[in-house]
Design a protein around this ligand. Structure first.
Ligand code: SAH
Ligand code: SF4
Ligand code: F3S
Length: 440
């Protein structure tokens, strides 16, 4: 047999792209590829791209520019663009960067082996369809190699919500859920290979409504309860959820399903009703706050995380103050915040834009508040006893690093191996992580 060819995949964007990159690399295994960590030695480079903000998309073009030299040295090198930029830009990518051989949209990865073969014969190949068939069912089942303690598992894709700023409904298509049996099979398989914690993924994961073995649609809560029956699976998480799809059972699961971790990413984007309406978010400030109250009633120690956009078109100072007040009310344990970025083709792109300097100032102010809150929540863990899943060795001798139930990074001295669950007393809170003593 000939030497394996080398595949380098660079992943941008959300966790769903991380999962897709794993699946793409597995799908190209039968074509004779092994995955490598550097583009310099690769026979094929795949960029798995993100289109969410302008900068994310521009990064792809500048990265492609950098590969020109490599391609000149190695004419057989194949370059592919996958992910949301591939979906949004299609042929335009090959027009701007003619050295690209292959463009594949996020719903067509199961066609990648065939596309790679064609590209190998010198063809330029593009596939940005939203095919009827499910890419995950057509992808081969996952190889049996041993895995680390944590894994992502995509259960839902796409979005029907059409927030006025967002490209996802266009790049990922309509909401689709994978059948329950497929998810359970894949989860059992991951657990057999050493995984102890699974994060269920979806652009709107709590809109999950996959077909169950009883022929009915199952909710995310029901799926989580079923997954928690897998003995060696210790922890379950999910992301990203939408406030409108937090049903009563999912809230209750946070209180009564032991394996469901006390962490919830629940983006709100803005605290101003005027802006939320213009964003087409279909929830308001008050309904979001009441929802958080109900979730906290079910699980008082839950860590809430969020996403914010500042400088959405027509956002006034007063609107921004409403966002700051909402943050003060919620007390976030973590949050991601962004300046509004104009996305051509979305409704908000046509509206009166906020000045860049104003966006910059608002973002700085909001991030300072979030940083204080994050730090306060992290500091409040000192003295508490928490569960930690050990993931890897730390930098110091004898040190291991893991994640707490609340998703804080925790450093500790221990002989326990990756994949072990420890009870840890937190003794110190640093800038980005906690330190603790293993007590059991
Ligand atoms: N489905 C998820 C969000 C996916 S996109 C949800 O609704 O919560 C991840 C985050 O990117 C969003 O929550 C939003 O904060 C940010 N985002 C999306 N489009 C953006 C844009 N045009 N400009 C700036 N930030 C944006
Ligand atoms: Fe984008 Fe809104 Fe859908 Fe989230 S819910 S992916 S922000 S359109
Ligand atoms: Fe980016 Fe597409 Fe994810 S636009 S955030 S990679 S769904």
């Amino acid at each position: 047999m000939s030497d394996p060819r080398k595949l380098y995949i660079k992943t941008y964007g959300c966790q769903m792209n991380v999962y897709d990159s794993e699946r793409m690399s597995e799908a190209l295994g039968p074509n004779g590829y092994v995955t490598v960590d550097s583009p310099d030695e690769a026979d094929m480079i795949l960029l798995n791209t993100c289109h969410i903000r302008e900068k994310a998309a521009e990064k792809v073009y500048s990265e492609l520019g950098r590969f020109k030299g490599l391609k000149a040295e190695k004419p057989d090198l194949k370059i592919g663009v996958a992910g949301c930029v591939a979906q949004a830009e299609g042929e335009e990518i090959m027009r701007r960067q003619p050295m690209v051989d292959l463009v594949v949209g996020p719903q067509s990865y199961h066609r990648l082996p065939e596309m790679e073969a064609k590209a190998g014969q010198g063809a330029k190949v593009i596939d940005t369809d939203f095919p009827e068939e499910d890419k995950f069912e057509r992808l081969k089942s996952r190889p049996k190699a041993k895995r680390g303690p944590t894994a992502f598992l995509t259960v839902q894709e796409g979005c029907d919500k059409f927030c006025a700023f967002c490209v996802v409904p266009y790049t990922r298509g309509a909401e689709v859920s994978r059948p329950v049996s497929r998810v359970l099979d894949e989860a059992r398989d991951l657990v057999e290979r050493g995984v102890r914690e699974i994060t269920l993924l979806g652009q709107n994961v709590n809109a999950y409504h996959g077909e169950g073995p009883d022929g009915r649609d199952w909710s995310l809560a029901r799926l989580i309860r079923e997954l928690s029956e897998i003995d060696d699976l210790a922890r379950i998480r999910f992301t990203t959820s939408h406030p409108n799809d937090m049903d009563d059972d999912l809230i209750a699961a946070h209180g009564d399903c032991e394996k469901l971790m006390p962490y919830l990413h629940l983006p709100v984007q803005s605290g101003s009703d005027r802006i939320l309406k213009r964003m087409n978010r279909s929830h308001d400030r008050d309904s979001y706050l009441r929802l958080i109250d109900r979730i906290r009633a079910a699980r008082p120690d839950i860590l809430i995380s969020g996403d914010f956009i500042v400088g959405f078109p027509e956002e006034t100072d007063e609107d921004f103050r409403d966002t700051m007040r909402l943050i003060e009310e919620v007390r976030y344990g973590q949050a991601f915040s962004f300046k509004y970025s104009t996305r051509p083709g979305t409704p908000a792109a046509e509206r009166a834009q906020v000045e860049e300097a104003v966006k910059t100032a608002r973002l700085a102010e909001l991030q300072a508040l979030i940083t204080d809150q994050q730090r306060a929540v992290q500091d409040s863990m000192v003295g508490q006893e928490v569960g930690v899943l050990i993931e890897r060795a730390g930098r110091l001798p004898g040190q291991m690093v893991g994640k707490s139930d609340h998703l804080h990074a925790v450093h500790m001295q221990t002989d326990l191996a990756p994949g072990s669950l420890a009870r840890v007393r937190i003794v110190e809170s640093g800038p980005n992580s906690l330190a603790g003593d293993v007590i059991g």
